[in-house]
Design a protein around this ligand. Sequence first.
Ligand code: ZN
Length: 138
Amino acid sequence: MIRIEAEPWEVMVSHARKTYPNECCGAMLGSTEEGHKLVRVAIPLENAFAGVQAQRYELRPEDLLAADKAARARQMDLIGIYHSHPDCDAYFSKTDLQNSCPWYSFLVLSIQKGEFHHANSWLPNFEQTEAAKEELHY
Ligand SMILES: [Zn+2]
């Protein structure tokens, strides 16, 4: 189960709307207690994918490392990654699976015609073959 506080939620939705029709991406910081994740801060990161960004995103390892450091400086953890799907469902794509890590929650925001439509959070397995839908509250 993952719960997202109002402020980081607002940050992520406005980031996704701003980068539309391209994909946005970023880091989610917070805490995990007894399997319950709480997102308290969202950090927008640059989509570093060199090609067409409407269907792809890429995070720089050094940006993720910086987000991890920022989390620890606030006594939090890097608990997830978010990205948007412009004019597309909030599913977890094959590419998303290939670029996933099993220890993070992956939030996907569906942005349709520039406006927020729906979101899903995914938990990929270690083999990167499938992702389970995580209970999401925001
Ligand atoms: Zn995706």
